[in-house]
Design a protein around this ligand. Sequence first.
Ligand code: UDX
Length: 429
Amino acid sequence: MSRSQHKIAVIGTGYVGLTTGACLAKLGHYVTCVDIDEAKIAGIKEGQMPIYEEGLAEIVQEGQLSGRLNFTTQLLTTVVDAEFIFLCLPTPPSSDGSADLSAIQSVAKQFKGNLLPGTIVVNKSTVPVNSALMVQDLIGDPTIDVVSNPEFLREGSAVHDFLNPERIVVGCDNPLAGERVGALYLGSQCPVIVTDPVSAESIKYMANAFLAMKISFVNQAADFCDAVGANVVEVMRGLSFDSRIGNTFLSPGPGWGGSCFPKDTRALVSTAQEAQRPMTLIEESMRSNERHISTVTALITKTARDAYGTDARIAILGLSFKARTDDVRESPAIAILEALQKAHSNIVCYDPVAKMADNSSVNRVNSLKEAITGAHVVAILTEWAEFSDLPPIEYAELMAGNTIVDARYVLDPLQFSYVGLTVRSLGRP
Ligand code: UDX
């Protein structure tokens, strides 16, 4: 092992942990990933990925073949001689909105007295401000540094984002430990921001909250455009040339969701309220997002009722919270589906990969064409390329009705008008 290759333990093999472990091995380190879920570990060893993430299976296999990536359920035998221990454990929102840190707490307690002096524990999970201190106290060993190293991985492009970071953030009271963590990202040309733990944790929350607020703004602009007859796609294009606004994350949609934005905005708002400094802009962004999901639902319901009454056959295209992921956690598409089910009984759904815990309440079919066949109304809720790749004529031939509610603005209304179909999007005449 050269001086730049290190022995790393990664605790947790979920969306963050598995990507982190496999990518650190790809960078040349010797990584052992630990999970308490024996079945999950056994499956990963057989090449079965527990999550859908482009490129992940390949780098997991590459790491295993090179001998630099291993998987186990044994926590202590793994961490006992690790130079770095990455905590990639779930921090789900608890009932009051604050983050549930029980997984991190139970693991950190097991470290007490079991780590080599000088080991660096790295908080990769999104943890509330001041959690690095909590982990430090639980380990109770001043020779062990705890470094906050938040992830900025988007689901669906997590491998790319890990290997091509725009910045690396490390927060630690001991700057040397922070720099050692930053140095693990071999070959990354991006800036490394070494700061204190509280600032590092705050960077993560503020980044996600700002992005969520940006999407809420774009969706509210779609509502405004719908009222005044402007085209929100053109309006956002007009904004995108302003470098202060940026030209990404300006796509209107059915609302934001997923396992990060909702969790992180709740946790940030909860921390701010406790500090008597409420972040009302984020509180309103969350409320606005909820309203927007209802607005899109109402558009689909109105479209169905106007055309075919309550027995209209509605085809829902897309169930995950966005394209290129199987994750349905806090998916706006699921929220819209459940709301539609209250008034409509003739609903069919299709999603290429979404992993739903319980498919029983959903009439889910296995192909796009099967879903739109006989549909009076089609609603596009995630931006899978196959939905826009299907030629308009095929929609026209297979659908029973002639209206598509395109909540992702991925279809060209003009092209569809040539085959007699109306594409309806909020804020796009
Ligand atoms: C986000 C952050 O981008 C990432 O940096 C962080 O580490 C984790 O949270 P992710 O939750 O995977 O990543 O999804 P992202 O691609 O950011 O989208 C979040 C939500 O915003 C999705 O519901 C998506 O559909 C929506 N969105 C995003 C839009 O509606 N319009 C856009 O232009 C972009």
